[in-house]
Design a protein around this ligand. Structure first.
Ligand SMILES: [Zn+2]
Length: 280
């Protein structure tokens, strides 16, 4: 078969497989829609439990390595600050999915110049000190980043992305690792890092995470208008060298417009929740 026709056949097969899997068993929506209205149906070909196991091993490997290098939670004040913000946001996740409040939430800070942060499946949060220091983030802005990252975890975007790769037959390695065919735990952790941290999210995923993140931050009493200043700072930083964060979370020119359009929905949630004595 000609290469083009082969490619077409593979694409068609993936599309048919996706459609069939969706029609039969594997489609679900991971969250309630919240005030911001996120309810897209998602293809899931691996279980949340499989991915949770991989995420646990990956996160443990990452924190162990940072500890070994003397880079884990070295700045006690910064760690306390990030954990305090997480503690206010975590209870708000029940709006989107009641099970999330019972996740084993973990929040740590790695001392690194990298401008990065993520929340792995199951509530495993990591902030890199470079993001907070170099962008001089306010608590509100940290809350927006955290809400965004938690949004990806609540929507199980990584699980969906791996499922799509399996459907398109490009995720064989991670599929084998998840099924226990990939050998030792180090392989699983390595595959996990590639699949859970280093992978680019789609524009659709980004918009969903923005919407959910804004609502989470607002309900936790953080000013959702910080979404606008955060992404301005991020874009400015990208002019020198693109932050790691932007390579995995592709920026969209419409991001600010999306945030602005949601402010009338989320500002009242913020006004109702913000600590007394805070102006604005
Ligand atoms: Zn993102």
């Amino acid at each position: 078969m000609e290469p083009l026709r082969t490619m077409f056949a593979i694409t068609l097969r993936a599309a048919v497989l996706t459609a069939v899997a969706c029609a039969l068993v594997a489609c679900e929506t991971t969250t309630g829609s919240g005030a911001v209205g996120v309810n897209r149906s998602q293809l899931m070909l691996i279980s949340a439990e499989q991915l949770d196991q991989m995420a646990g091993q990956t996160y443990n490997a990452l924190t162990a390595e940072a500890t070994k290098k003397g880079q884990l939670n070295t700045d006690a004040a910064m760690t306390a600050r990030v954990r305090a913000i997480a503690a206010r946001i975590e209870p708000q996740t029940k709006v989107f999915r009641p099970d999330a409040v019972n996740w084993n939430w973990q929040v740590n800070v790695i001392d690194s110049k990298e401008l990065n942060a993520f929340c792995m499946p199951g509530g495993r949060i990591m902030f890199y000190s470079g993001l907070i220091k170099q962008l001089n983030l306010t608590d509100d802005e940290i809350a927006i980043v955290m809400g965004h990252e938690i949004g990806h975890a609540l929507r199980e975007h990584s699980r969906e992305q791996i499922s799509q790769q399996i459907a398109a037959q490009t995720g064989i390695g991670v599929g084998a690792a998840l099924l226990g065919l990939g050998g030792a735990g180090a392989d699983l952790a390595n595959q996990g890092y590639q699949s859970l941290v280093a992978t680019k999210f789609s524009r659709t995923d980004e918009t969903e995470a923005d919407r959910i993140g804004l609502e989470l931050a607002a309900r936790a009493g953080y000013d959702p208008r910080a979404g606008l200043t955060l992404w301005e700072k991020m874009s400015a930083a990208a002019k020198d060298a693109p932050p790691e964060f932007l390579s995995t979370h592709p920026a969209d020119a419409n991001r600010a417009a999306t945030i602005r359009s949601l402010l009338p929905t989320v500002m009242p949630l913020y006004q109702a929740a913000k600590p007394k004595g805070v102006a604005g």
